[in-house]
Write a protein that binds this ligand. Sequence first.
Ligand SMILES: [Zn+2]
Length: 136
Amino acid sequence: MKVLTATEATQGTRADDYSWTTPGELVMFGAVCASDLRGTGQPCGCGRAFAGLHSARATTTAEVVESAMSLDDLVLAFRDSLTCGGWLDDLPPQDAAELVQLSVMEMLVVADRFPAGTVIGTHLGSQYVRQEAGAR
Ligand SMILES: [Zn+2]
């Protein structure tokens, strides 16, 4: 199945790009703060971010990659990352399981919309193509 991973590809083509993740690591969509959601004042940039599962850092660029990981592997990876980040603290087990599943599904649904090799950006829940697959 296709997944989203951090990439340096197309970094710097937008003035507001940033990349603090480790290239190749799985990414998810993180929480977006009120400042970015409202679009008022000084946006902090989290509304354009993919969150690295391992680094717990953010990037504005992700690549759609064909992966041999199973769904169970993905759920485990997301659960570990969300646990390490404290996102599951104090959640009832059922709510924690739902948050993990939603995070995985959100990533998979987006990855499935693009051919493997596509570099995408995101803005407040909408994704766009930054580089077509096979353009490198
Ligand atoms: Zn923010």
